[in-house]
Design a protein around this ligand. Structure first.
Ligand code: SAJ
Length: 406
């Protein structure tokens, strides 16, 4: 039996996938409300294919509880934020989960950490917790790191098809854990050591953050000297060895806007490119705000209350708004002591910010300048509704001839 600890964006789909492929699974989360929702037969977030997978896993007997189980394998999938001051990974949730596991685990059990951590985190934090218990790692308990790679918006497909990395002290333990993942994963699964697996995961997200920062910096240069950044990137990407990502209003989510900081925190004197890249991405919401003021001025628009932000999530067609560029922009605007801008997002049904709308038409009635922060499909399908409005499109989804861009 596998006990999956943490039933969030990664833990839940992983638990469901294992269960629907014949593995006995119990999912554990300390959040009683979340466990009650799952036990009532409902998923806790939207994702293509998740509900079908959930039903399959229920039919296969998956259980959800707040209790840690006595079993041979634990998969820990809890959040790993970064400390805003030191930039280092904050392993507090991983540590707490491992402490709880140690209270119930039988000798010989394997603890798999799925959460993203910086290189050396398992050595620094997880090993001492186990050793304090008087247990010998490699004999009484086995440690494995199996970072996930799935992208929100396409998680179920990617869980099935992506290649994976497994890090273990002992190759045979790595192979044993690999067999569980191979029950559903059709990609290649590489077994390596723990520190390599830790570094690999952080490097993948850092690569993307640096590439996005490069695109964002190009957008700033092109705005400064009146060039079309999208046309330039399109042509550059026709070169066989160039692949520039897309500029945008900033970087959100809980991965690319967070994980690269772990490297900056741990290797401050060695991470100039990475640190500067993160700063460029973090500067984008303020850059969008500047664009808003410029466009208002150009159009003799004086009332900031007639400006509306379309999109609150960190990217298109997901309901996750953690670290979203829109929230960053509103925070930045708050510093200017201005009336908060109007906001609408079809994926966010709860009120999470001031001046939030839950109906697209009502939102449009109250604004003259629409700032596209996220290119949800809903908008792409109803773009004609923006006809007659001023539009600042930070995602290049609107083809109007008079549209403003980054
Ligand atoms: N973004 C841009 N320009 C781009 C691409 C993305 O501005 O060209 C922005 C997005 O709008 C968003 C942010 O960057 O705000 C991040 O979005 P994303 O879709 O690039 O990535 P995430 O954070 O949803 O998922 C990433 C993925 N990592 C990589 O692609 C290397 C995923 O594979 C990881 O599993 C996930 O992080 C994670 O959990 O670490």
């Amino acid at each position: 039996m596998i006990n999956v600890i943490g039933l969030g964006y990664i833990g839940l789909p992983t638990a469901l996938m294992l269960a629907s492929h014949g593995v006995e699974v119990v999912g554990t989360d300390y959040n009683k409300e979340l466990v009650a929702t799952l036990n009532a037969g409902k998923t806790t977030f939207k994702e293509d294919g998740l509900d079908v997978l959930f039903q399959k896993a229920l039919a296969s007997g998956i259980k959800f509880t707040t209790e840690y189980q006595k079993t041979d394998i634990y998969i820990v999938s809890v959040p790993t934020p970064y400390d805003k001051f030191s930039k280092k990974v904050d392993a507090v949730y991983v540590n707490a989960a491992v402490k709880e596991i140690m209270k119930v685990a039988p000798k010989g059990a394997t603890v798999v950490i799925e959460s993203t951590v910086s290189p050396g985190t398992i050595d620094r934090y997880v090993r001492p917790i186990i050793e304090e218990n008087g247990w010998v790692i490699g004999k009484d308990i086995h440690l494995v790191h199996a970072p996930e790679r799935i992208i929100p918006g396409n998680m179920v497909y990617e869980l099935l098809h992506n290649n994976r990395t497994i890090g273990a002290d002992d190759k045979s333990v790595g192979e044993k854990v690999k067999a569980y993942y191979a029950s559903f994963c059709q990609g290649e699964i590489v077994v390596t050591d723990i520190k390599t697996a830790e570094m690999t995961k952080v490097v993948e997200n850092t690569f993307r953050a640096v590439n996005i920062a490069f695109a964002n910096e190009l957008a700033k240069i092109c705005r400064h000297d009146d060039m079309d950044v999208y046309e330039i990137i399109k042509i550059c990407n026709m070169h066989p060895r160039v692949n520039i990502l897309t500029p945008g209003p900033g970087v959100g989510g809980h991965c690319i806007s967070v994980d690269p900081w772990f490297l900056v925190g741990d290797y401050p004197s060695l991470t100039k490119v990475i640190g500067d890249s993160m700063a460029v991405n973090d500067s984008m919401p303020a850059f969008v705000l500047e664009r808003i003021y410029t466009i208002m001025k150009e159009n003799n628009m004086t009332d900031i209350r007639r400006v509306g932000l379309y999109g609150l999530t960190y990217k298109e067609n997901v309901d996750d708004y953690r670290e979203s560029p829109t929230l960053q922009l509103l925070e930045c605007q708050e510093k200017h002591l201005a009336e908060p801008l109007k906001v609408y997002d079809p994926f966010i049904t709860k009120d999470i910010v001031k001046n939030q709308y839950h109906n697209f038409d009502e939102f449009l009635k109250d604004v003259d300048l629409v700032v596209i922060m996220v290119g949800h499909n809903e908008l792409k399908e109803q773009m004609n509704k923006l006809d007659g409005k001023l539009v600042l499109d930070t995602r290049k989804v609107c083809n109007f001839s008079n549209v403003y861009r980054l």
